[in-house]
Design a protein around this ligand. Structure first.
Ligand code: KIV
Ligand code: NA
Length: 277
């Protein structure tokens, strides 16, 4: 597959060909997603929860995202990789935001960065874009604001908040976002966003409208079971498969059924005799 760039994503969008997006945090998953033909891989700060066992995304650092994005890049040379900007790496001021986004681009080799927020982030986004770094916006459920939102809850379910989301999408487009991720809002609201802005909208738990779909890979593979949002379709139950394999190993070792003769390195009879003599 040829390396996917922004014009390729736009070409898909213009042809009405849905864009596929999943998270990945490491080399093996990136390899598999590349093989499956996933267009956009997000190295998300959701790794705090899916990979590090934290309760929120807030403790994730830029160095963590960079290290993981480097591994993902090695596994997925042609996918369009988006690096997530962690909590407080872009909120303080524009200079810090540009410098941190630049580190993700230069040190991890991602194709774009993503950051959370609406109108209030527009100036910062414009500054990052001006510094040659493509930005994906992220509105709706924005997990870095969990304390203000009062939990991982769907957004835009009142007319007033829905109208604010449409205004946010407009502001992000005007600021220069090449695409916007809309997380956990009602499909009716996402539809209006899609009809209002020209840039491709990626839906995460926001219905079928838009340029494409995103899921957290650990959710859709059944590889994370602390909780599963309503919008996740489970395509596999990896947890159950893995536990089955691990239990079989434990049983085999206890019963001395493993290793078998096929799992050891043979030595010629002659060498064995010399050795034991
Ligand atoms: O960190 C992440 O995985 C994300 C997705 C929820 C889009 O931002
Ligand atoms: Na994120």
């Amino acid at each position: 597959r040829k390396k996917i760039m922004i014009p390729d994503l736009y070409a898909k969008y213009e042809k009405g060909e849905p864009i596929t997006m999943l998270t990945a945090y490491d080399y093996p998953m990136a390899l598999l997603e590349e093989k499956a033909g996933v267009d956009i891989i997000l190295v998300g700060d959701s790794m705090g929860m899916t990979v590090y066992g934290l309760d929120t995304t807030l403790p994730v650092t830029l160095d963590m995202i960079i290290r993981h994005a480097q591994a993902v890049r090695r596994g997925a040379p042609t996918a369009f990789i988006v690096g997530d900007m962690p909590y407080m790496t872009y909120q303080v001021n524009k200079d810090e935001a540009i410098r941190n986004a630049g580190r993700l681009m230069a040190e991890a080799g991602v194709d774009a960065i993503k950051l959370e927020g609406g109108r209030e982030m527009a100036e910062t986004i414009a500054a990052i874009v001006k510094a040659t770094i493509p930005v994906m916006g992220h509105i709706g459920l924005t997990p870095q604001s969990i304390s203000q939102l009062g939990g991982f809850k769907a957004q835009g379910r009142t007319a007033e908040s829905a109208l604010k989301l449409v205004e946010d999408a407009k502001a992000l487009e005007a600021a220069g976002c090449f695409s916007i991720l809309v997380e956990a809002v009602p499909p009716e609201v996402n539809k209006v966003i899609v009809e209002t802005v020209k840039v491709p909208i990626i839906s995460l738990g926001s219905g079928v409208y838009g340029a494409g779909q995103c899921l957290i890979v650990h959710d859709m593979l059944g590889f994370f079971d602390r909780f599963t949002p309503k919008f996740v379709k489970k395509y596999a139950n990896l947890n159950a498969e893995i536990v089955k394999a691990l239990e079989a190993y434990v049983a085999d070792v206890k019963e001395k059924n493993f290793p078998g003769p096929e799992h050891v390195y043979p030595m010629s009879r002659e060498e064995v005799e010399k050795f034991l003599a």
